[in-house]
Design a protein around this ligand. Structure first.
Ligand code: HEC
Ligand code: HEC
Length: 322
């Protein structure tokens, strides 16, 4: 008995040391800085470029929805409307506390003191001014051509400064573990090529990257990267208002929800706004797209390989199984 106890003590002591070492490792690695080059983007004062940036930020790239002053402000947005992206929407998650940032030109609390390259790097790669990961940005922002990234930075530069000091984000040990092991800077491969806007499948394909339709409506791997079959339906997302429920982004191929629409019906649906108050899909922003933009998306989705993956009801009990 005495010997067994001695062995057990050693095993427990070793385990305790390993756990402490793991926590320390996670806390250090979860705060690491990333050396990612800044994109060679320079803001332009050309009104056409700024207008394109406004369309992207308030429309398909749905920056303004997340960067609203509060969840209430976002929810009060009309389909196709616009919001000042002054930041303040909060997410209290099992991974810690997060809040969107002030994107106006205020020097102290917004982007006024950031360089064009720093802003472009935050948007394209999810890396902050000091090299820390911006986890929400890394997870939920689409891909852009250099021309469109220029347009976005150019538009943000025109926003009148709003002084809006916000609390720092505070990921906890779980959040740091995610950053340590699963997340990292995104879109480090070649930027997407610019595509001429118009009601074409090619432009639709581009818009589904800008708007992250593909990200939310496809399965993902352990690092939240999109995997095949693309557009066959996304991972269930928790609801904000009722933790007992979840949303399932449906299958957007012709084997899924697309088969319930025709082209004009799809455009009308995208314009109509949300059915559910707390769905994460930025319906209001997306409604800013023109008929041709939505036609382009529809035409592209017609070309995506059909998947018959069944994703179940859109809104349902959390953990729902067929
Ligand atoms: C899903 C919500 C979401 C979307 C969509 C989103 N952001 Fe963010 N953004 C955040 C959050 C939250 C932060 C704070 C850092 C973090 O957690 O990523 C942030 C941080 C930033 C920062 C860094 C500012 C700072 O002070 O640290 C910039 C710049 C930025 N966002 C620009 C944009 C632009 C431009 C778009 C659209 C292309 C966009 N964001 C889309 C949620 C979002
Ligand atoms: C942030 C994640 C997210 C993004 C980005 C997103 N969706 Fe969704 N989508 C959802 C969720 C969740 C639902 C189910 C809840 C709802 O209908 O709002 C949904 C539902 C839908 C539906 C079914 C609506 C219905 O009433 O039958 C369509 C169609 C759709 N999305 C198309 C798109 C397109 C096109 C894009 C890109 C322009 C897109 N989604 C981007 C999450 C997303």
């Amino acid at each position: 008995m005495g010997r067994l106890w001695r062995v057990a003590k050693w095993v427990l002591a070793t385990l305790a040391v390993l756990i402490v070492a793991l926590v320390v490792f996670v806390e250090v690695r979860g705060r690491r800085r990333f050396e990612v080059a800044m994109p060679a983007i320079r803001a332009s004062a050309d009104p056409a470029v700024i207008a394109r940036g406004e369309f992207l930020v308030q429309g398909p790239a749905h920056c303004s929805g997340c960067h609203a002053a509060s969840l209430a402000a976002f929810r009060a947005m009309r389909p196709g409307g616009a919001l000042v992206p002054q930041g303040g929407v909060q997410w209290d998650l099992p991974f810690g506390h997060f809040r969107s940032a002030n994107l106006t030109a205020d020097r102290a609390t917004g982007l006024g003191a950031w360089t064009d390259g720093e802003i472009a790097r935050a948007v394209r790669h999810g890396v902050g001014r000091d090299g820390h990961l911006l986890p929400f940005m890394a997870l939920s922002v689409g891909r852009f051509s250099d021309a469109d990234l220029t347009a976005i930075v150019s538009y943000l530069r025109t926003l009148a400064p709003v002084t809006n000091p916000l609390p720092p984000e505070s990921p906890n040990v779980l959040g740091h573990a995610l950053i340590a092991f699963a997340l990292g800077p995104t879109h480090q491969d070649a930027p997407l090529a610019a595509v001429e806007p118009g009601p074409t499948a090619a432009y639709g394909a581009y818009l589904t990257e800008v708007a992250v339709c593909v990200g939310c409506h496809s399965p993902t791997d352990a690092s939240f990267r999109t995997v095949e079959p693309r557009f066959s339906g996304g991972d269930p997302e928790p609801t904000d208002d009722d933790p007992s429920l979840e949303y399932a982004p449906p299958n957007l191929t012709r084997g899924g929800v697309l088969s319930t629409f025709n082209e004009d019906g799809f455009i009308a649906r995208m314009r109509a706004g949300r059915r559910f108050a707390d769905s994460h899909m930025a319906w209001e922003n997306f409604a800013r797209m023109s008929d041709d933009d939505l036609r382009a998306i529809w035409r592209y989705l017609q070309t995506v390989p059909v998947s018959h993956r069944v994703t179940g009801p859109i809104r349902r009990t959390r953990g729902w199984k067929p």
